[in-house]
Design a protein around this ligand. Structure first.
Ligand code: C2E
Ligand code: MG
Ligand code: MG
Ligand code: MG
Length: 282
């Protein structure tokens, strides 16, 4: 090994780190422009009722197609939007677009929209939601707001009052990504939710743990009087297991992927014939 050959790799990481730092530093500014430049869009993923495979809900998911970076995944830019406060105007835009699309499409399925805990800091969140429902003509009973507990909700004093006002309007509340992050039993006691969404990491457990853990979680949902939605249904055996355990609702790439239109709302998930089901005793 020559000394020059050894010097090069030492400099590369430093400049790569600097590039990464610059790239992160400009994200908030790029995101600020993204909304005005119409680089943001929505896709919709169906949530199916396990009993009969009917579409119960369509979940709006945000997409950012940056002219410089290409598609940026929400797990990358939502935290940036939260730190910069941009999630407030972006979140309002998402809700308005999604409600307008669902209202125009009609149907009896519900619309699920993700809200950041940062939006729950806004004391006027419930009025904002009421205003958008009024403007778009979507009935409150068709709206489900999904809240993920990246941060503890109890940090936000106005969150409890906001949840109470939203539920009084007829809007349903879902606790998203339960089983991952900070979600716990005390958040189920402290805040009134209607639905509990289990993170896809549950279905990703090894077979020996998957069924007992899922059964226990479904029992927790039942104990709190909540409907259960299981995320991450990727394999036919996941779908069969959910139906066998009597889970309420299911979402995942096997059943329906996020797509730009609301066309998937017309599609029914394939319900396995009784003979396809795994035997109760083996
Ligand atoms: P989420 O709300 O839990 O949404 C489900 C995520 O899992 C979506 O990722 C969806 O594409 C993905 N997914 C669905 N089924 C499967 C599956 O079978 N397998 C796998 N591997 N993944 C599946 P996406 O769209 O990348 O969104 C990631 C997260 O970003 C969302 O998780 C949500 O927390 C957040 N997010 C997305 N849109 C918004 C938004 O408008 N506002 C806020 N505040 N957060 C959003
Ligand atoms: Mg969600
Ligand atoms: Mg989720
Ligand atoms: Mg998730």
């Amino acid at each position: 090994h020559s000394p020059t050959a050894r010097a090069a790799p030492e400099e590369e990481p430093a400049s790569a780190a600097l590039d990464a730092l610059r790239s992160v530093a400009t994200l908030p500014a790029e995101l600020r422009l993204a909304l005005a430049r119409e680089e943001l869009s929505l896709v919709f993923q169906p949530i199916f009722r396990c009993e009969d495979g009917a579409v119960a809900s369509m979940e709006a998911l945000l997409r950012w197609n940056s002219p410089v970076r290409g598609p940026v995944p929400p797990d990358r830019f939502i935290p940036v939007a939260e730190e910069s406060g941009l999630i407030v105007p972006i979140g309002a835009w998402v809700l308005r677009q999604a409600c307008a699309a669902a209202s125009a499409a009609g149907g009896s399925w519900r619309l699920s929209v993700n809200l950041s805990p940062v939006q729950f800091q806004q004391p006027d969140l419930a009025s904002m939601v009421a205003g958008i429902l009024r403007d778009t003509g979507l009935s409150a009973e068709r709206l489900v707001l999904e809240l993920t507990e990246q941060m503890s909700l109890s940090r936000y004093p106005s969150a409890r009052e906001t949840i109470r006002r939203l539920r009084a309007m007829g809007v349903a509340l879902a606790l998203d990504d339960f089983g991952a992050g900070f979600s716990n039993i005390s958040s189920l006691r402290g805040f009134r939710f209607d639905l509990l969404k289990f993170d896809r990491s549950i279905l990703a457990l090894p077979p020996a743990q998957r069924e007992p853990v899922l059964s226990a979680l479904l029992a927790i949902a039942g104990a709190f009087g909540l409907e259960a939605v299981v995320e991450g249904v990727e394999r036919p055996e996941d779908w069969a297991l959910l139906r066998r355990l009597g889970a309420g609702y299911a979402q995942g790439f096997l059943l329906g992927r996020p797509e730009p239109g609301l066309g998937a709302a017309l599609v029914r998930a394939p319900v396995p014939a009784p003979s396809d089901r795994a035997p109760l005793l083996s």
